[in-house]
Design a protein around this ligand. Structure first.
Ligand code: AP5
Ligand code: MG
Length: 192
């Protein structure tokens, strides 16, 4: 079981690269943002709670987010047995600690964390561009500003958590999608 975390600011290319990683390495792609947006579209109870946080660019509370991930891993046990590419999770220290516990409980580990490093101005420009037709409630200037601030305050410090155990690998997240993918593959191949 080969588990990878793809890490980076909002708009850094986590989703784009995860699809390619899942395809090449046979990993199951879990994007917590996509999971929450699916709940919102289906108007579930979780969706009703998530909607207000997402549209403001704030994080869903840890307890709820961790429960959603745990339930997902249980219900997708078969699909996740070869490994998972985690996209958008963890975003806080409690989430990172919980994820390590969860994978350790099935005798596995998070082998590598790929950190896509992209300057804020480039991130904002990508999200504004996408916002023209994405329909995402958080692709507007106000929410983008908040998403970037939340990333720097609550999520970026996880780089140290993973660096302390030698698992953090910074990747230049600016360039063509293929160039970035090649750098990511080098990290994943070395973590096997
Ligand atoms: P989430 O859905 O995870 O969004 P995000 O982190 O803000 O990032 P995005 O999905 O916008 O960008 P991405 O990094 O996937 O990049 P993409 O490939 O799309 O989370 C949304 C919200 O859900 C959160 O704010 C929070 O409210 C909630 N949430 C989710 N997980 C949570 C958690 N664990 N805890 C609490 N709350 C949680 O690319 C972006 C754009 O750039 C695209 O248009 C793409 O085409 C383009 N692009 C990609 N690569 C390149 C490139 N190399 N050059 C130029 N453009 C590129
Ligand atoms: Mg995404």
């Amino acid at each position: 079981m080969h588990n990878i975390v793809i890490f980076g600011g909002p708009g850094s290319g986590k989703g784009t690269q995860s699809v390619k990683i899942a395809d090449k390495y046979g990993l199951f792609h879990i994007s917590t943002g996509d999971v929450l947006r699916d709940h919102i579209a289906r108007r579930t109870d979780i969706g009703k709670v998530a909607d207000s946080y997402i549209s403001q660019g704030a994080l869903i509370p840890d307890r709820l987010m961790i429960k959603i991930l745990e339930d997902l891993l249980v219900s997708r046990k078969e699909e996740t047995k070869h490994g998972v590419i985690f996209d958008g999770f963890p975003r806080t220290l409690p989430q990172a600690e919980e994820l390590d516990k969860l994978v350790e409980s099935v005798g596995a580990k998070i082998a590598a964390v790929v950190g896509l490093e992209v300057p804020d101005e480039e991130l904002a420009a990508r999200m504004i561009r996408r916002g023209i037709d994405s329909g995402r409630s958080d692709d507007n200037e106000q929410a983008i500003r908040h998403r970037l601030a939340v990333y720097h305050k609550q999520t970026q410090p996880l780089q140290e958590y993973y660096a302390a155990s030698g698992r953090y690998h910074a990747i230049k997240g600016v360039g063509t999608i293929e160039e970035i993918f090649d750098s990511i593959c080098a990290v994943i191949d070395a973590s096997k």
